[in-house]
Design a protein. Sequence first.
Length: 204
Amino acid sequence: MAIRSSHVAAAAALGVFIAAPGMVHPRLATPAYAQAADMVGIGQSESVTARATVKSIDQQTRIVTLQGADGNTVSLKVGPEVQNLPQVKPGDTVIAHYFTSTAYVLSPAGAKLPDDSLTAGAARAEPGEKPAGAAASKLVVTGLVVAVDPAHHTVSLVDPAGGAIRTIDVVTQAGQQNLKLVKVGDTITAIITEAVLVGVEPAV
């Protein structure tokens, strides 16, 4: 249930230019909102921006070579779903903005739990424009508390149906203070949102 987010590499950025009917705006189950007040601060978020310069591009093989700010280069093959690749030229800048947010909601005894769900969507640039795209997902999943360690600011969870135990680091001060609300046998719902927005700026 815990999410380990990695910094978005611009090398992977072109991969989000996927065909989709439009951005989906996910909705959470109502009980998750109703339970949220008791767990304010049990969560974390991260926002990262990555930039890379297009060093070379082969339109026939669809191989693009990108160079990051540190000078390192990486080559990747762009799939056919990226229809606007001919608009990309050497010297263009690929910019990727990545955001992730995780919130944990304590469920009172006897409360109706939200259904586990995953909602995702994507959008892309119109034909003829510079490649650009966005993708987002929202995951709702519930776990049973099997251990609480206030000294180390961790909560250990397991899927109520069984499986591996996962330990979550509570990194916010408010969240650490609210660990006193959590006890073994409670259920916690994780609400995990991720989004990436990618664009290509023409060379100046």
